[in-house]
Design a protein around this ligand. Structure first.
Ligand code: OGA
Ligand code: NI
Length: 354
């Protein structure tokens, strides 16, 4: 077997190259849509990612609570992505999460390599970079650290960063608080669909089986940012995704045929509806196409937590309550594992026809 050792993007970026290797250059048709992200972020015209204030999501005043839910519902139906504010997770904790992750990435590459994952043996947790998965050899301008953070009994603490020493404590606390936030959101979304409060939570695995996976995305400075992507266009397969970042813009959403750049909203958490909830809701809630731009001036780091159902235990399909004569099921039944397969297959087909 031929194994080629790909350099980490961080090493490539710090080597002083002025032009990026061809594997990182996007295909011609995509290049026309990639601009300078700082310019893009300033644009005020056109649709903007909604901001949802969760202050009243558990209000005692039922009318006030309902108004809050309706805002969430509208954003979930129209966009499938939003900035959450007043979500209940403290600024201090979010700052600590950012700090420990950043400190880990500040270690020399050789140190981080001690945590390298081994995708060929199915070991996806750890430090990694994307492997080319098609003939074009297309790569993304990022390295990452990926690991399961909840439920606690399913964690493998032996592969978690040991430096900085607070990493485990801080990340564990964030995981617990995000898990509680996920429950609140799932309750509200259930009610919005006319279901019992606990229904979506149960349908995605409940406290025992819903998995929270953290991916710290590290996007080094790129000498030719208009030719590359940090993360290529995709929808998240998760039920929900929660994202923190270091206030450097990069995320773009494909809304009404155009790429919209997400603004950096202080103390917010970006939340995506993923494919899983899109399927369960029979397409009423959207899983939006998105991607990440890179830039020349600033390293961007984001902390994406994917809340995922178990791979094989649950059959995902539109819930009967979301289906009617005029709203036939839009998605055939599949397990989460089959959904991943189906997407990979479609992607390979796309590449073959390119
Ligand atoms: C992802 C993703 C966007 C970002 O990791 O799935 O879409 O802002 N990341 O880093
Ligand atoms: Ni994503």
């Amino acid at each position: 077997m031929v194994t080629s050792v790909l350099p980490r993007v961080e090493s490539l970026a710090s080597s002083g190259i002025q032009s990026i290797p061809k594997e990182y250059i996007r295909p011609q048709e995509e290049l026309t849509s990639i601009g300078n992200v700082f310019e893009e972020e300033k644009k005020e015209e056109g649709p903007q990612v909604p901001t949802i204030d969760l202050t009243e999501i558990e209000s005692e005043d039922k009318e006030v609570q309902e108004r809050c839910r309706q805002e969430l519902k509208k954003a979930a139906m129209e966009w499938g992505v939003m900035h959450l504010v007043n979500h209940g997770i403290s600024e201090e904790l979010m700052d600590r999460v950012r700090k420990v992750g950043q400190k880990f990435f500040e270690l020399p590459v050789e140190e981080k390599e001690k945590y390298a994952n081994d995708q060929s043996s199915g070991n996806v947790q750890g430090y990694g970079s994307k492997l080319a998965n098609n003939a074009s050899g297309q790569l993304e301008w990022e390295d990452y650290f990926f690991h399961l953070i909840f439920p606690e009994d399913k964690r493998d603490l032996s592969i978690w960063p040991k430096i900085p020493s607070e990493y485990t404590e801080v990340t564990s606390e964030y995981a617990r608080q995000l898990r509680a936030l996920a429950s609140k959101i799932l309750s509200a979304l259930s009610i919005c669909l006319g279901l019992e409060e606990g229904r979506l939570e149960k349908e995605v695995g409940g406290v025992e089986e819903l998995l929270l996976q953290l991916k710290i995305n590290y996007y080094p400075k790129c000498p030719q940012p208009e030719l590359a992507l940090g993360v290529e266009a995709h929808t998240d397969i998760s039920a929900l995704t929660f994202i923190l970042h270091n206030m450097v813009p990069g995320l773009q959403l494909f809304y009404q045929g155009k790429w919209v750049t997400a603004k950096c909203v202080p103390n917010s958490i970006i939340m995506h509806i993923g494919d899983t909830i899109e399927i369960l809701s029979n397409g009423k809630f959207k899983s939006i196409l998105h991607r990440g731009l890179v830039n020349k001036e600033k390293v961007r780091i984001s902390w994406a937590v994917f809340c995922e159902p178990p791979k094989d235990k649950i059959i995902l399909k539109p819930l009967p309550e979301t289906v009617s004569e005029t709203e036939p099921p839009l998605f055939p039944p599949r397990t989460f594992a089959q959904h991943i397969e189906h997407k990979l297959f479609r992607k390979t087909q796309d590449n073959l026809s390119n």
